[in-house]
Design a protein around this ligand. Structure first.
Ligand code: SAM
Length: 254
């Protein structure tokens, strides 16, 4: 029987996240130019990652990244001098990230696993990082429980999950519900079927608080992204508040 995560895996095996960037297209897959175009594109679109994560403040820490994708942030952890471990549901992501780190002379212990079951003993890591991953899995609450288990007491979780009450969601709802004469479709249903891999979820602040209830000092902050404002005239886009942004950063302590 095919599970939801089999379908999620098949979707992401077709290409690691961010590798279809237009900037990267002229370059050979796996070349330095290709990786650097992917990196340039990512931090042009999501410059707030550096401000939120502050990779270099975590030098010397033992870190686990859940859902490495093409390894763009994983390379920043390695550059910052962390002891790196990474997992992803796909072979494509693991191979791409391994090749990327090798190219720059770094090492990480990388494994293809479903993060709903992490292959690490309790209290193994100082920090767990996961950007845009947990909401794709069949059981996000299982991943969050595993992250909590493998963090040492006092360890830090940093990540991002999608925010449901966002302009991106509204745009998808207009396209896949309102304009096709099905205005009763919920945001939840539209996201599940029409955003990246099947089964994608997005959360309100209260839902994030519940999902991370076993952590302390949970902070969840919406961020307005270029994906929210790309179809708006610039003066209107400039007036949009972060509260209607599609990303919700999460910072929590075990
Ligand atoms: C949108 S990409 C994000 C990748 C990377 N963190 C980034 O920001 O570019 C989602 C990634 O999550 C991975 N993923 C989804 N469900 C997973 C699970 N249950 N366990 C591990 N990885 C998972 C996918 O394979 C994919 O690489």
């Amino acid at each position: 029987m095919t599970t939801l995560n089999d379908q999620v895996r098949a979707f992401w095996e077709a290409g690691a996240c961010g590798t279809d960037a237009e900037l990267a297209r002229p370059f050979e897959k796996g070349s330095r130019e290709w990786f650097e175009a992917i990196e340039e594109n990512r931090y042009r679109l999501e410059p707030f990652i550096h401000g939120f994560v502050q990779f270099t403040r975590h030098r010397g820490k033992k870190i686990l990244e859940v859902g490495v994708g093409a390894g763009t942030d994983h390379l920043q952890w390695a550059r910052a001098g962390c002891e790196c471990f990474g997992v992803d549901l796909t072979k494509e992501a693991i191979d791409t990230t391994a090749a990327r780190l090798r190219l720059y002379g770094f090492h990480s212990t990388l494994q293809r696993v479903d993060a709903e079951h992490l292959p690490f003993p309790d209290e193994s890591f100082d920090l767990v990082y996961s950007w845009g991953v947990i909401h794709h899995s069949e059981r996000p609450e299982a991943i969050v429980a595993e992250i909590h288990r493998v963090l040492r007491p006092g360890g830090l979780f940093l990540g991002m999950l999608y925010n449901r009450r966002a302009l991106v969601t509204l745009e998808l709802w207009v396209r896949h519900a309102l304009l096709v004469g099905r205005p009763w479709r919920s945001f939840r249903d539209v996201l599940w079927h029409h955003l990246e891999s099947i089964g994608t979820k997005a959360y309100t602040g209260a839902e994030i608080a519940r999902l991370f209830e076993r952590f302390t000092a949970v902070e969840s902050t919406p961020i307005l992204t270029p994906y929210d404002t790309r179809r708006l005239p610039r003066p209107i886009a400039a007036m949009m508040p972060d509260t209607v942004g599609f990303f919700r950063t999460v910072r929590a302590t075990k």
